[in-house]
Every structure is written in C-alpha cells, then in structure tokens.
Design a protein around this ligand. Sequence first.
Ligand code: RVP
Length: 499
Amino acid sequence: MATYFMEPSRTFSEFLLIPNLTTKDCNPANVDLKTPLVKFKKGEEPSISLNIPFSSAVMQAVSDNGMAVALARCGGISFIYGSQSIEEEAEMIRKVKSYKAGFVVSRSNLTPDHTLSDVLELKERTGHSTVAITEDGTENGKLLGIVTGRDYRRSRDPLSKPVREFMTPYAKLVVGKTGITLSEANNLIWDHKLNCLPIVDEQQKLENLVFRKDYDEHKENPLELLDTNKSYIVGAGINTKDYMERVPALVEAGVDVLVIDSSDGYSEWQRETVQFVKANFDVKIGAGNVVDREGFLYLVESGADFVKVGIGGGSICITREQKGIGRGQASALMEVVAARDEYFQETGIYVPICSDGGIVYDYHITLALAMGADFVMLGRYFARFDESPTRKLLVGNNFVKEYWGEGSNRARNWQRYDTGGKSKLLFEEGVDSYVPYAGSLQENLDKTLGKIKSTMCNCGSLSLDELKQKARITLVSATSLVEGGAHDVILKESSLSED
Ligand code: RVP
C-alpha cells in the first residue's frame, strides 16, 4: 500500500517570520551573512564558505563565466552550466580562474598601418576611448603604442593619416609588467596621472589594460569570494553520464566545487558519481535534488559535501505538471533540515543545505535561511540582470531578458532528466520564457541583502546561525495572505512595482 503524507506540502508564501526582541546592537551594518558551502566537522571550519548565502543556478540562461565573476565579486558563487561540451565548460572555468579584478583584456586593437579613419570607426563601434596598437592588431600582440582622443585632432588630421604617425609610441608609455598587483598598478596610474596602464610581458606583448576608473570599483568589494591565489571561487555543474571525462577536465581547469545537476537526485547514478569523484579527486562535490529525509541521507552517506533541495518549484519548471513528482519547497526544506540536524547530532558532521528554486520575493530567501537552508540557488532572480548570458530584448514597452529551463527543448539538457533510458528528451520539463530586465547584479543584490539583514534584525539575529536558532515562523491562512499585500486602496501607477 502506498505511503501517504496527509499534511499538504507548503511553499514559502505560506509562512511569515514573527519578530523577536531587537537589541540596540542589532542593526544591519553588524549582520554577518557568512555561511558554509561544504561539510565540516563540529568545531572545525568548512574548507569553503560563502560570504553571502547566494548561488546562481546551473543553467545556460544564468551561469556563465561573466555571471561567475560578477557574483563572486559580491561574495556568492555560480555553478557554470554543464549542458555544454566539456571543453567549453572547462574554458569558462579557466576564464573565471584567470580573471583578475581590474585587469581587462584590450577589446579595441589596431596595427600601426591602420588609419585615423579606422580608429574613429572602431571607437564608434565599441565605445572605447583607448585603442591599443599592436604589431598584429590582436589583444595580445606586441605593444607598439596607444591611441586616445588626445593623440589626434579630427578637424585638422586627414582621415588617411596612418596610426604610426600619431599614436603615443611604446617608448613614451608608462607600462606595468606581468605579475603587478592592482594596487601597484593603481600607484603607477596616480604617480603618472594616467587614465590607462598597459600591462606587458617580457617580450613587450600586451596582457591587459588597467583603467583608473576601475580601481575604486574593485576596492569596494570587501566580500569578494577568493581562493588562496586571489582568484575568484567558481563551481561547475556535472551530470551522471560523462563525469569520468568531464570531471578531470574541470579539475584541470581549476574548478573549486562541483555539483551534480539533476531534477531527481535520489538515485544510484548519483551515488556512483559522488564516489568516483571522491575516490579520484581532491575536489568538493554537492548532490541533489532531493525533497525528503531518505534522499538526503542517501546522498550524504554516498559522500556528498552539500545537498540541494527542491523538485518542481523552479519558475520555469513544469516537472510537477508533466510527471506528478515534487514537493512544496518549504515542506521539502523543513524535512531535509530536520534530517541534517539529526545527522549532525549523531555524527558531528554538518552538511550544508541549498534551497534550490521557487524564490519569488526577497523575503522567501530570508525564510529559507530561517528554516535552516545554508544558502539558496536562484535562476530567475539572476537571469534578469545585465550579467546573465542571455539577450536583452524590447517586448512591447518593456525590456526583458530571455530565460529558459534546462528541461526545455531549447537547452536540450537530457542528462539532467535521464533515468537510464534513451539519450534524448522524450518530453519537456521546462519552458522558454522572458523575465523583466532589472539592471545590474550588484545594485539589485545590495537591495535584496539590505532586506534580508533588516529582517534578521527584526528577528534579533546578527548571523545566519542565530537566525536558524531563534526564528519563529508562522503558517498563514489564505485570507491573511490578502491582508499582507496592499489592500482596499486604489494603487497609484507609481506604486506598482515588481518587488
Ligand atoms: P528559479 O530560481 O525559480 O527560476 O528556479 C531555478 C531552478 O529551477 C534551478 O536551479 C533548477 O533546480 C530548476 N530548473 C532548471 N531548469 C528547470 C527545468 O527546465 N525544469 N528547472
């Protein structure tokens, strides 16, 4: 006979936090959002922690190397999508690991044989005001000079004038050498009153440019998530099919942590994958997704370093409709957290939990954390920003970004949904959609973090651990949900905002 769970499964929207005493030291500036990413023994420190409890989803429309850099800069982590070739995924990891904040690759380059007309055309197209002049016109060619607006006069110089006649030649440039730090570069910029400092290697080949305007931006990120070499920390999604080839390539590229990306993680495939990685590599690996105690314990006993929770709650996900599997995200999380806490009591090993999918309002994140999640994974949230890899389009009068599920025909990520049958998607479990364009990641994240910290202060908590211990959470009725929004007033146009 079937087992019945007669309590309805709940979503975040059905809960609210009840304030605790807010003491005078409890203000948002004192709140620490640091959280463990991988398992650790009682009394020890996890080998990787996040500075904010955010991860971006393992999705084509969300997590590429650009998103990974932007999010690590703010203290979170991206898991680069695995639904691409092994080489492409490894290349994205390499790009993140070799990225140096403030050091940019020169995007506007010409040779000395080009003309003023080429310079003007290039500036028009790229919007860059500094053009590197290299021997072969490439971004890493031998640097021969620089052209900026101060090197020519449009009204006097003929358009056919060769670049070599008006560029600032290498001999007159101040340059930095390979290995220079950002603050050393910044000192040179200030000492010589430069706008841009080229960095060259022993052979005078151009490596990067450092711009004066970028320094402050990079200095302002005290939460940056860095490894011991000062490179950004990055994760990568893998599947349970080609892991024997994919994992070595990702590890070689420098990945910090892996996650098995699957809509249903309670499987022998996942156990084998985790065990293979643990036996052969010194890299952390998360597994999932699960929605109950049994699934959690199975993955933890297989060796998982963290466990992801959630089936069918994603904004683009139609798994519940298509297959009839899943569980309300809050209920799933509460059961798994209880299992995790029990496991910790028994073994002294703390396994972080990631609540994945279904976050609609910022307060859902706070609820997930209060319910015991160590961090959240977000798709829709990050897809809306400049930094997501998808196109920004004008639809009607509004800007939108594209956002599609990994289970949609567009992503063709059959490995994520495979249960051992044919190597193709028989039916879709995700949709292709638009989300409202929301601007830059940092700006939006600052706002969200502000709300989380403020709520934590209402709950008398200065850390996520404290929040978990102290949180008092109430179930709300359908009618009190109505009471929670603006009601019984006629809203002015200007108050109709998304969040
Ligand atoms: P959301 O943040 O609600 O957009 O959800 C993102 C999550 O949805 C992902 O992290 C993943 O677990 C899940 N997902 C991704 N693709 C699909 C699908 O096509 N069904 N679901």
